[in-house]
Design a protein around this ligand. Structure first.
Ligand SMILES: NC(=O)c1ccc[n+]([C@@H]2O[C@H](COP(=O)([O-])OP(=O)(O)OC[C@H]3O[C@@H](n4cnc5c(N)ncnc54)[C@H](OP(=O)(O)O)[C@@H]3O)[C@@H](O)[C@H]2O)c1
Length: 292
């Protein structure tokens, strides 16, 4: 099976390449090889490589910056999946589009099922929602939504917190983290395994077109920051953790409005993928072990 991977230099892209199943040939592209903002280039890549699947892990992921760059965010997050879907319809081949809990408004107070209506709050979520719709125009396409992604490499909350725990603890200052947004942290290591399953490695690829995958449990950003500090000390990554203080979203204003409760209901997808989740704390321990 031949897979055209985008976003190869991103945190998920790197985890996917580290876990390639046997029998899969990956054509890995990052920004230098394929600019996702260039729809013609996306179509040409499909025509040239003729993949069985496009695994579209590349995205414009700067949630706040997207508010001031909506056209670029749209081109990457919606234009590229649209171009892939169009080209794959002609060339043959399928599309796995990665997406996000930020396609939901977070107001319902219980986990979102895959078939619920999208209602994003900001530009990033809106462009990802449009990317989902464009991808699903292709017969056999799949959308896999996930949440709060972090891993041992790349730009993510966990690595930022490791740096801040060290600097705040050294300065004797508290680390203030938002406690009124709830979701589920998801490790790139478990997410990559779910992506390979979604395209038929180890399980049939005939299954639901809309999939939800996150690690198990729930957390606020505050809970996640506390756990990162505790586990990093336990694993010897930090000599001590900073004191973490809970704050409200109102006390930490950002350009983009984020959903306050965006847990994804994953049980049907876990069954379809035949994959049991790890609790997010166990997944965090595995990520920190690789960060050493
Ligand atoms: N991160 C999260 O918390 C989160 C949560 C839910 C869903 N997701 C989704 O999960 C998927 C993987 O995200 P991630 O966490 O791995 O993000 P990431 O680490 O930011 O990786 C995204 C990659 O896309 C690349 N990219 C951006 N614009 C591009 C362009 N014009 N042409 C080519 N490549 C471009 C980036 O390249 P550069 O490094 O050169 O910028 C980066 O390597 C995305 O679909 C994202 O929307 C992420």
């Amino acid at each position: 099976m031949k897979v055209l991977l985008t976003g190869a230099a991103g945190q998920l892209g790197q985890a996917l390449q580290a876990l390639v199943p046997s029998g899969v040939e990956v054509v890995a592209t990052s920004r230098a090889q394929l600019d996702l903002a260039d729809a013609d280039a996306c179509r040409a890549a499909v025509q040239h490589h003729r993949p069985d699947w496009v695994l579209n892990a590349g995205a414009y992921t700067a949630v706040d910056k997207a508010e001031s760059e909506p056209q670029l965010a749209w081109a990457v997050n919606a234009g590229a999946p649209q171009a892939f879907a169009e080209a794959l319809a002609l060339a043959g081949g399928r599309l796995l589009q990665l997406s996000t809990d930020f396609v939901f408004n977070g107001r319902q107070g219980h986990p979102y099922a895959p078939d619920q209506d999208r209602d994003p709050l900001g530009v990033y979520g809106s462009t990802k929602a449009q990317g989902e719709a464009a991808a699903l125009q292709l017969d056999g396409a799949k959308v896999l939504r996930t949440s709060w992604v972090y891993g041992p490499v790349g730009r993510n909350f966990c690595r930022t917190m490791l740096r801040l725990h060290a600097s705040k603890a050294a300065a004797g200052e508290p680390l203030k983290v938002v406690a009124d947004q709830v979701g589920c942290p998801t490790s790139t290591l478990t997410l990559a395994a779910a992506c390979w399953r979604a395209i038929g490695c180890g399980v049939s690829a005939d299954g639901p077109a809309l999939l939800h995958w996150s690690d198990a449990g729930a957390a606020s950003w505050y809970d996640f920051a506390v756990a990162i500090g505790e586990q990093a000390v336990a694993q010897g990554l930090l000599s001590r953790a900073a004191q973490v203080l809970p704050i409200t979203t109102a006390e930490y204003p950002t350009a983009a409005t984020r959903p306050s409760y965006s847990l994804l209901e994953c049980s049907a997808s876990r069954q379809a993928l035949n994959l049991q989740p790890s609790h997010w704390r166990a997944a965090l321990a595995d990520v920190l072990a690789q960060a050493q």
